[in-house]
Design a protein around this ligand. Structure first.
Ligand code: PHE
Length: 515
């Protein structure tokens, strides 16, 4: 039996779909989307957001699905088959996903687990901000001042890694698929309860109307610098929220059976993910609106971005609820945990699948070693400098690694392999027909927009140090992460493939289009 014929496949179409949606729906859908919408013109933000979804999100999702499905391989193997010189990029994507995101993603899930327990007795007290930064994280004054390990955080992180290991070490159809078949319906039900509850709170509807739905079209004008920034932000959000550029969707699609509706499934994944964000936004705006009214502060002062939203503003709102405070807290943090775990397993899967492909080790062995390394690597984020290092790493990964990965992926697949080859493969696999407009998107529109985004990020970083950190800290943690992951990818790509691995599985008649 060849290695590829041993490859597991998803047990059902819905299993694959829920796993892909599980990867896409994560912490970002809840705390990143709402804040972005608020900051960038409320309802008007939906216009660039939807344009980004259709011009870059869906085309790239189809590209990643098509590549994984055609090659039935992890990103490094798929890229190496197209062109051996591109294998390092194929490694970089899952390596960045693992070391650049997964290590701290696990720690954030660890925070959520702690807050889940704290909800039971509202253990964060009256001053939720002081509790989060001073008592819980004990944040130090510099990223170099690691201080001690925060043991409750390490405990939560270890539990997150254990759950991830227990799910990933089984074959995809018995591990990830089963877990997502359970997690995703649970997530939808819990989220709907939370939304239904939040919009009924006193002051919720006014906040939703005035800050979420109110459309300020002047904020998205392409004629102003501010407006252009909103467009860049929308494209960035689409990329992050759909988990594109990390090789995750390539990996997941490599387990698909031969006859698959690639276009239809990619569109469904994207639409469900974005609909989830928009619906969850009602809960976030409603809850903050309620809190602002209860405390008599303006909405603008109450809202916060990132961790501040979930761990400072939400606990504060929970404190203010007239009844069932604990239940609301448990519900909210459970939503975050479930959304987080289903993304964490996809980040782990992308790396372990690549390791299995190259080193021909058993899945169990690869996943066990990788989760062990993951837990050890996460420790740095559980120290008192954890939040600061996380912030720097996150900035560099989102602004550079992810987007550069996306640009290179477009060049490789749409130009070197040729988008027509991919489109033909997609259309021969059945389902919704992919029009030739897709070629224009992945050859021109998507890479050009992504290039503009990297340019914008570079300009921003050269005009002032990000977040007020020292240049030394940015270079060490941000630059170091980019350089370290590149180096590791380079080393891994120099390990030779086992005989037979490089032989393509797809129909060689595709190749005539290459000439
Ligand atoms: N899409 C996830 C979210 O919105 C984050 C994520 C990014 C997960 C990349 C996996 C890979 O939170």
């Amino acid at each position: 039996m060849t290695a590829s014929s041993q490859r597991a496949i998803w047990g059902s179409k819905i299993g694959f779909l829920l796993a892909a949606i599980g990867s896409a729906i994560g912490l970002g859908n809840i705390w990143r989307f709402s804040y972005m919408a608020y900051e960038n013109g409320g309802g008007a933000f939906l216009i660039p957001y939807l344009v980004a979804l259709f011009c870059a999100g869906i085309p790239l999702m189809i590209l990643e699905y098509a590549l994984g499905h055609r090659e039935k391989a992890s990103p490094p193997l798929a890229f190496a088959r197209i062109n051996r010189l591109w294998e390092p990029l194929g490694w970089w994507m899952p390596v960045v996903a693992f070391f650049g995101i997964n290590l701290f993603y696990a720690v954030v899930i660890g925070w959520c687990m702690n807050y889940f327990c704290l909800s039971l007795n509202l253990g964060w007290g009256a001053d939720t901000e002081a509790f989060f930064f001073k008592t819980f994280l004990q944040t130090s004054n510099s990223p170099f001042n690691l201080g001690g390990i925060r043991w409750p955080i390490l405990g939560g992180t270890a539990l997150a890694w254990f759950i991830c290991w227990a799910i990933c070490y089984r074959e995809v159809n018995r591990g990830i698929e089963k877990a997502c078949l359970f997690f995703m319906p649970l997530l939808v039900v819990l989220t709907l309860i939370l939304v239904g509850w939040s919009v009924r709170l006193d002051g919720a509807m006014e906040a939703i109307r005035d800050f979420y739905l109110k459309t300020d079209l002047s904020r998205i004008s392409l004629l102003t610098a501010g407006g252009r920034k909103v467009w860049v932000a929308a494209f960035g959000q689409i990329f992050f929220t759909l988990s594109l550029g990390f090789g995750i969707m390539i990996t997941y699609a490599s387990y698909l059976p031969k006859k698959t509706d690639i276009t239809g499934t990619a569109i469904t994944t994207c639409l469900v993910n974005c609909a989830y964000s928009i619906v969850a936004g009602f809960a976030v705006f409603g809850t903050i609106g309620f809190m602002a009214k209860a405390k008599g502060v303006p909405f603008e002062e109450a809202i916060a971005s990132g961790p501040g939203l979930a761990f400072v503003v939400y606990p504060e709102a929970i404190n203010q609820l007239p009844m069932f405070n604990q239940l609301f807290g448990v519900l909210f943090f459970l939503v975050l945990i479930v959304a987080g775990i289903s993304s964490m397993i996809s980040l782990t899967e992308a790396f372990s699948c690549a390791i299995c492909d190259k080193f021909m080790v058993s899945r169990r062995k690869a996943v066990s070693i990788i989760c062990g390394i993951g837990l050890i690597g996460s420790i740095v984020f559980t120290t008192q400098a954890g939040l600061l290092i996380l912030d720097i790493v996150d900035h560099f990964i989102n602004n550079y690694a992810l987007i550069i990965g996306g640009i290179l992926e477009c060049i490789l697949v749409a130009w070197l392999l040729k988008s027509q080859v991919m489109r033909r493969h997609v259309n021969e696999s059945g389902g919704v027909r992919l029009p030739s407009l897709w070629d224009i998107c992945v050859r021109f529109i998507t890479p050009v927009i992504l290039l503009i985004m990297v340019g914008g990020a570079l300009l921003g970083d050269f005009s002032g140090a990000y977040g007020g950190y020292s240049v030394k800290a940015l270079l060490l943690f941000g630059g170091g992460m980019l350089f370290g992951t590149r180096l590791l990818s380079f080393i891994l790509s120099h390990v030779p493939w086992r005989p037979g691995k490089m032989e393509a599985e797809h129909d060689p008649s595709d190749e005539h289009l290459l000439t």
